[in-house]
Design a protein around this ligand. Structure first.
Ligand SMILES: N[C@@H](CCC(=O)N[C@@H](CS)C(=O)NCC(=O)O)C(=O)O
Length: 195
C-alpha cells in the first residue's frame, strides 16, 4: 500500500505544478501542504528545503525528503520504473524460471509440452531484458538499483535450466550477459565493511 507523498507548495508558483502533474499522470497518491508565499523562507519549511523554495516533497515510503522540481520529477519516474521491474521480476521472471526448473528436473513425470512452454518463457523473458538493456548499463536510470539486484538470483539459474555452463548461459543475449556480470562482480557492502 503506497502512502501519500507530501508535496509542499505555495499555490501561486508554477514550479510545484510540474510535480503535481507527474503525480497525477502516474496516479500516485499525494497530499498537498499548501502555505503562503511569505512563509517559504521561514520554518517549518526551511527545515524541509533550506533553500526556501517550492516545491519539496516528503516520501514516507522511502523516508526521503527532496527539493528542486526537476530532481523530484526524475525521482518519481525512476521510482515507478524500479517498481515496474520489481513487479516484473516477481510475476514474470521468478515464477517462470521456477516452473522451468521444476518441469525440467523435479516433476515426477516428463511432460514435454510443459518443459517447452516454460523453457520458451525463460528465453522470451531473457530476450525482453536483453532488448530493454540495449545501450544501457542498468534497468533504471544510470545506476544500479534494487530492480537490477532483484533479478540476479533467478538469472543465475538459466544455466541450470538449459544445462549450460554459467559463462555460456547468456551467449545469445549479450546485453544481459554484460549486465549480469556487472551485478555479480559488484563488491558487496559487507565486503566493503570487511564483514
Ligand atoms: N529550481 C527550483 C526553483 C523553485 C522556485 O523558484 N520556486 C518558486 C515558486 S514557483 C519559489 O519558491 N520562490 C520563492 C522565492 O524565490 O523566494 C525548482 O525548480 O524547484
Amino acid at each position: 500500500m503506497i502512502k501519500p507523498i507530501r508535496v509542499w507548495l505555495t499555490p501561486a508558483g508554477p514550479n510545484p505544478y510540474k510535480v503535481i502533474i507527474v503525480l497525477e499522470e502516474l496516479r500516485v497518491p499525494y497530499e498537498t501542504k499548501s502555505f503562503t508565499y511569505p512563509e517559504v523562507k521561514k520554518k517549518p519549511f526551511t527545515d524541509i528545503n533550506p533553500n526556501g523554495r517550492v516545491p519539496a516533497i516528503e516520501d514516507p515510503n522511502t523516508n526521503l525528503t527532496l527539493w528542486e522540481s526537476g530532481a523530484i520529477v526524475q525521482y518519481l519516474v525512476e521510482q515507478h520504473h524500479c517498481n515496474q521491474w520489481l513487479m516484473f521480476q516477481m510475476s514474470g521472471q521468478g515464477p517462470y524460471f521456477g516452473q522451468a526448473t521444476w518441469f525440467n528436473f523435479l516433476h515426477a513425470e516428463k511432460i514435454p509440452s510443459a518443459i517447452e512452454r516454460y523453457n520458451n518463457e525463460v528465453k522470451r523473458v531473457v530476450g525482453l531484458l536483453d532488448s530493454c538493456l540495449d545501450g544501457k548499463q542498468w534497468l533504471v536510470g544510470d545506476k544500479c538499483t534494487f530492480a537490477d539486484l532483484a533479478s540476479a538470483p533467478w538469472n543465475n539459474v538459466v544455466g541450470t535450466i538449459f544445462s549450460l555452463p554459467t559463462d555460456q548461459m547468456f551467449d545469445e543475449f549479450p546485453n544481459v550477459k554484460a549486465w549480469h556480470d556487472r551485478i555479480t562482480s559488484r563488491p558487496s557492502l559487507m565486503d566493503e565493511q570487511g564483514l
